[in-house]
Design a protein around this ligand. Structure first.
Ligand code: NAP
Length: 307
């Protein structure tokens, strides 16, 4: 089968012929229909995540995939050949950008008919992180106001929709074409961050979702109310600064979790949009990877299998 792999950090990923993986106990072999990229794949390729996710080479890129069950490993009883699924593999395992991928059976989520396999591939990491950050880390509630940075990004585009559905008032940052996108997804106010300083437009918000880091994170403390909360997916917030300002702050470390994935899959089946920057054939994986590396994607970059 074909797989999109790296042999060392920072090397250009290449598509190679490799042996078919065999499912072990508790594993399922999935025929991959589509896979999506995340900034994590770029960070893993660059070697920036070694302390969290040490890789063994060769490493097949990609954690987010959809497809059908092809072969059941030992002791797998809840699944049948041909079942439509969506899943996220562990970052250390990767493997989504291949014709077939091994997934632990307990990480599979059944795909409702209302969701296409292409859409499904865009869900796991971005939607799961948005959900975890807003509701499990920041405990966003109905009636609160949330500032979502990078509202047209993978995480931000899901976060806008989840927050709106939860009854929050949503302020988002975006630029260019992303402004109209963030408005369409349900943001009440969109700030063009390239032309306006968000700190001058926003005050007393309950929650900030930081998906940008750096200056954006540091300045976000200024817009929180006392007792507010900053959740960052990019870098651990400065705890001393948070304390000095009388707010809470935490890093969101997204963990694969089939129950959470099932929750966000239900949301998509109910109408939440999988904002798609581009849908490409898997043969264009290198081009897709390079686009992901720019940090300018507006939504998910999804690669569709040839078979
Ligand atoms: N900790 C975790 O477990 C976890 C999980 C998921 C993601 N993450 C991290 O979270 C970050 C976001 O992930 P993602 O998937 O949403 O990324 P993404 O889809 O690549 O985000 C791209 C978007 O960011 C916007 N953007 C860039 N700089 C901005 C700024 N200064 N202000 C506002 N928007 C800006 C871009 O809009 P413009 O082109 O208009 O600038 C673009 O639409 C990444 O660093 C990722 O690694 C961490």
């Amino acid at each position: 089968m074909k797989a999109f792999r790296i042999h060392v950090h920072e090397a250009h990923p290449v598509t190679e012929n490799v042996a078919m993986p065999q499912p072990g106990l508790g594993e399922v072999l999935v025929r991959v229909a589509a896979a999506s990229l995340n900034p994590l794949d770029v960070k893993l390729q660059r070697g920036n995540m070694q302390s969290f996710f040490p890789l063994t080479f060769p490493y097949t890129l990609g954690t987010d995939l959809s497809g059908t069950v092809e072969v059941l490993g030992g002791q797998v009883t809840d699944w049948s050949i041909g079942d439509r699924i969506v899943a996220r593999t562990a970052p250390t395992s990767g493997g989504a950008l291949a014709e077939f991928a091994l997934v632990p059976a307990d990480q599979l989520v059944r795909l409702p008919e209302a969701i296409t396999l292409d859409q499904a591939a865009g869900i796991p990491t971005a939607a799961g992180t948005a959900w975890q950050a807003l509701f499990e880390v920041a405990h966003l509630r109905q009636g609160q106001t949330v500032l979502i940075h990078a509202g047209a990004g993978g995480v931000g585009s899901f976060a806008i929709q989840f927050a709106r559905q939860a009854g929050a008032c949503v302020i988002a940052t975006a630029s260019g074409r992303g402004i109209a996108i963030a408005e369409r997804l349900g943001a009440d106010i969109v700030i063009d961050y390239r032309n306006e300083d968000f700190v001058s437009r926003v005050r007393d918000v309950d929650v900030v979702l930081d998906t940008v880091g750096g200056e954006t994170q540091a300045r976000s403390y200024e817009v929180l109310r006392a007792g507010g909360f900053l959740a960052s997916t990019v870098a651990p917030p400065d705890e001393a600064l948070a304390k000095a300002r009388g707010v809470g702050a935490a890093f969101v470390f997204h963990s694969s979790n089939a129950a959470r994935l099932a929750t966000v899959v239900e949301k998509v089946a109910g109408g939440v949009e999988v904002l798609t920057d581009r849908l490409l054939p898997v043969g264009d994986a290198l081009q897709a990877f390079e686009h992901q590396s720019t940090g300018r994607a507006r939504g998910k970059i999804i690669l569709k299998s040839a078979s």
